[in-house]
Design a protein around this ligand. Sequence first.
Ligand code: SF4
Length: 257
Amino acid sequence: MTRRDQMLDALAIGPQWQHRDAAPARLPENPNLSLLPDTEMTMEPAAASPATAADVAGRHTDADIAGMDWNTLQDAVGNCTRCNLCRTRTRTVFGAGDPKAKWLFVGEGPGRNEDQQGEPFVGPAGKLLDNMLAAMALRRGSNAFIANVVKCRPTDASGKDRAPSPEEVAACKPYLARQIALIGPDIMVALGKTAAVALLACEPSIAVSKLRGVVHRYGELPLVVTYHPAYLLRALVDKRKAWEDLCLALDTHADIG
Ligand code: SF4
């Protein structure tokens, strides 16, 4: 058993995860794969209420955001009122990791635990993501940055996590675009459908299974799509496919030289 196999075995994501010799051609769609959304809730934006002076101050324009440095961007996200998610968040979640990382992982948005702690990917899904990073010889804060498409927690009428609406994604996207520009990664990994759709501007109804197995482009940047760790916690059988995706990303990054 190789060192990597031992590591994957220890992380309970092997040993069936094997590094391929070469990047695969586009993988056939699994007819049995009924891809769950990253969250299973309905997509109802929070109800609007009258704007306050703080709301207006936090509505940074796209042009403002595009010219911000890292610290200004962090402050802007912390005070942002560009969408109604500001009304229900506990804390914004800017992202975490090395701001000069070569690897950028992008997820959907904060859930309950992230909203409380202000950190992306905490709890069981975060633990699995950390394991996936370790299997790639990466870790948060060392050549990897983890961000989300939206920086505030989307909740439904009953207070449960839900996927962000297209309007919320559009409102928050300039922050992610500026993060990408400032970090300057070599490669990006989209974790789940919401991130893939936002970064690749593809049809919202497309399945992750249709996007994985090939190297996409975000501008000039190579981008690989894989499953969201929260989905993998529910669909253990797809961990092998996720490892194939990460191997494709590793191979792609190695080719960059
Ligand atoms: S989700 Fe993004 S755009 Fe909406 S309030 Fe939070 S930081 Fe601002």
